[in-house]
Design a protein around this ligand. Structure first.
Ligand code: ZN
Length: 151
């Protein structure tokens, strides 16, 4: 199992958001070759600005780990994480972040700011981008195309 495999699992989560008219972003957390957390964006469904894919996956993984620290894990996210989720990744001490498509308007893994690798913060992550980037980007494109047609 490699990064592409786990990203394809994150894409499955993103699809779940897509079918309920949510911005299609998905995340999974891998620990020793197994997925211990999954999430997809549910902002509208839950009427809650915090219900991003990453937060839901972190919640699940922390319960399974029995610790607020989610060490020895990789989080796979279909789109570059926002400020809140990048902050949550740092707080959870997740050592490695893999994302698919960049987010030039809100991405905090380097596009707007790089919260995942700030020298002054007490935790820094290894970051890999561009895994299944086309698939992740196309799902977003398809979503916004559909959204525009409705208006
Ligand atoms: Zn987020």
């Amino acid at each position: 199992m490699n990064d592409e495999y786990f990203m394809s699992e994150a894409l499955k989560e993103a699809q779940k958001a897509f079918v309920i008219d949510e911005v299609p972003i998905g995340a999974v957390i891998e620990h020793k070759g197994e997925i211990i957390g999954r999430g997809y964006n549910r902002r509208n469904t839950d009427c809650n600005p915090l219900m991003h894919a990453e937060i839901i996956a972190i919640n699940e993984a922390a319960k399974i780990m029995g610790d607020w620290r989610i060490e020895d894990c990789t989080i796979y996210i279909t789109v570059e994480p926002c400020p809140m989720c990048s902050g949550a990744v740092v707080q959870a001490r997740i050592p490695r972040v893999v994302y698919g498509a960049p987010n030039p308007k809100a991405g905090c893994a380097g596009s707007v700011i790089n919260l995942l690798q700030m020298e002054k913060l007490n935790h820094r992550c290894d970051v890999k981008s561009g895994v299944l980037e086309e698939e992740c980007r196309n799902l977003m494109k398809e979503f916004f195309k559909r959204f525009r047609k409705k208006d």
